[in-house]
Structure formats: C-alpha cells, structure tokens
Ligand binder design. Structure first.
Ligand SMILES: [Fe+2]
Length: 151
C-alpha cells in the first residue's frame, strides 16, 4: 500500500514518510499530514469515466534529446489527460509534480488560459520508476507511472 503525506501549504505529496522540510515550499515537517486518500484513481479501471480521463496524466517516453547539449537523456512527455483537461480559472491543472522511485524531482506550475496541461522533461536518469502527480484545483490529484529503460 502506497503511504502518502500531504503538505498542507502547497499540496505536495511525499511517499513513505514526511520529509524534514517540503521540497517544494520548504515548510517544516509539521505541515505534512498522513493522508491515505491523497490520490484519486478510477473507481472502475475497466470503465474509466470522462472525468477520470481528463485528469489521469499520460506519460510517453520519447526518443530525441534536443533540449540537452550532450544529446543524451531520457525524454519524457506528460499530458493531462487522455481527454484534454480545460485550463479555465475555475477549473485547471495547477501543477504537475514529478518523481523518480517515489523521490520528488521537480514541479511544473501552470496558470490557466495560455498553457495546455503538458510538460516535456529530459531526465538525467536511465532506470527507475518515473511517476507524476497532476493536480486539479477542483478535482484533486491523480498519479501515473512508467518504468524507465524499457522502451
Ligand atoms: Fe478538473
């Protein structure tokens, strides 16, 4: 069972245990709450609803590393979701947090209107499990993962 702790200040989710300080907003461990229901998932995986399809992030491993000088990387495209989520003030994807082996590596913050809910990352990592959490300001947090080095 995935153990999740949520930062009450910035919404960041930590796995297994609460960190000494939040890697996103730097607030202290006291601001983390054990939160077993932090992540949403499809009620019926064989029958994913429209709402679920607009929130579950899709991860695709790419081939080219044009954003690195060396030309080497693990190329990752993230998009929310299979059906595109709207980006309007009352309902939008406000951030995507990325992890390798459940360890936080970075956050992409979005404003509404001018951005699609997508991210292009070039990882300095060849193996491990890469995962992301997409956060909707209304409909909660949704996680997807992919094993690196399999493509
Ligand atoms: Fe939403």
């Amino acid at each position: 069972m995935l153990k999740t702790f949520t930062c009450q200040i910035c919404g960041h989710i930590a796995f297994n245990e609460a960190p000494v300080e939040c890697p996103v907003c730097r607030m202290a461990i006291e601001n983390f709450e054990h939160d077993p229901d932090a992540l949403k998932s499809p009620a019926d995986p064989d029958n994913v609803t429209e709402l679920e399809k607009t929130h579950i992030p899709l991860i695709e491993l790419g081939k080219t590393c044009s954003l690195t000088a060396s030309g080497t990387c693990t190329d990752v495209h993230i998009r929310v979701g299979e059906m595109e989520h709207v980006m309007e003030s009352e309902n939008f994807i406000d951030y995507i947090d990325s992890y390798i082996d459940k360890k936080y590596i970075g956050r992409t913050v979005f404003t509404y209107k001018h951005l699609y809910p997508s991210v292009h990352l070039q990882l300095n990592a060849e193996s491990g499990v890469f995962s992301v959490i997409s956060s909707c300001n209304v409909h909660g947090k949704w996680r997807s993962k992919v094993k690196l080095g399999d493509s």
